[in-house]
Ligand binder design. Structure first.
Ligand SMILES: Cc1ncc(COP(=O)(O)O)c(C=O)c1O
Length: 287
């Protein structure tokens, strides 16, 4: 996306490992990129974004909706609203890799120009496809960006789409799977999918606050993955025992590996399943 969208200079907001990777990807594409960085666990505040954007000339802004490494859910809609008002020429790009198809991530809900996700998270499919929604004005921008690459040329993708084709061999088997998943999601409805994820997050986070504490800044907890301070507990040993029952949770990611653990509640999961896992953890850890 960065290769087709950034014209002169991007501002990449970083509050965890995946937003950091986004900034690095822009730089690896040879794009001038400034970083607005806050501590892991903190959110990207709308006002801080506006102040940084006002300090220089940017044409692209990137923010991660759901920082999977910290369990922080950034206030994208508020950021988008302000950016649209103050800097209407900026293309606002949102990484929703771990929230699309779980949380509300339509461009209308997020006030953004581009939002992209991935099949292996809330879509509950194998990895191998990126799913993106792109506004007309973002495609228009791309037309004026040189060196968009062969496989990453957004304009090409939309030109081929007019012929019901892709510019390269598509991952057809996964497209069929995505089509099926979309049918199921539409049947459940956008609002109910959101509610199911919200219910799982509320239950998990109430449990987490009773026995541990949440890692993210209060009020900005993800609804698809809960990142919990581990209070020195051995999560790897826990996972061995959970594995015997067919379950697995995650240790912390990267720098947070030894401090936190993460419980994913996305995709095909429902509240009943989450209750079962948490009850098992209660038993194993004697909580
Ligand atoms: C928020 C977020 N962005 C980006 C990525 C990178 O996705 P991929 O591993 O498909 O490149 C991940 C992966 O977990 C993620 O959680």
């Amino acid at each position: 996306m960065g290769r087709s969208i950034v014209k002169e200079k991007a501002l990449a907001c970083v509050n965890g490992a995946f937003s950091e990777r986004c900034a690095q990807t822009l730089m690896a594409c040879g794009k001038q990129t400034d970083i607005l960085k806050v501590e892991m666990g903190q959110v990207i505040k709308p006002q801080a974004v506006i102040e940084k954007l006002a300090a220089d000339k940017y044409d692209t802004l990137t923010v991660c909706h759901n920082e999977t490494s910290t369990g922080v859910r950034n206030p994208i809609a508020e950021i988008g609203k302000l950016v649209k008002k103050e800097f209407p020429e900026i293309i606002f790009v949102v990484d929703a890799v771990s929230s699309m198809a779980g949380d509300k991530t339509s461009p209308q809900d997020l006030n953004c120009d581009i939002v992209f996700g991935s099949t292996q998270k809330c879509f509950a499919l194998p990895p191998g496809l990126a799913v993106g929604l792109v506004s007309d004005r973002a495609v228009e921008r791309a037309k004026n960006v040189p060196n968009r690459g062969a496989y990453t040329d957004l304009v090409d993708m939309f030109e081929f789409e007019k012929k019901h084709q892709t510019p390269f061999t598509p991952n057809i088997s996964l497209l069929y799977a995505l089509n099926k998943r979309m049918d199921l999601l539409l049947e459940e409805t956008y609002d109910k999918v959101y509610e199911r994820h919200q219910d799982m997050a509320n239950y998990t986070q109430t449990w987490a606050k009773k026995h541990f504490s949440m890692f993210p800044e209060l009020g900005y907890e993800s609804i698809t993955v809960s990142c919990i301070n581990n209070n020195g507990r051995d999560v790897k040993a826990l996972n061995q025992k959970l594995g015997e029952k067919g379950y697995l949770i995650s240790t912390g990611y990267g720098k947070l590996a030894d401090k936190t653990f993460r419980i994913g509640h996305m995709g095909e999961w429902n509240l009943q399943g989450i209750k079962e896992v948490l009850t098992l953890i209660d038993e194993i850890w004697g909580l």
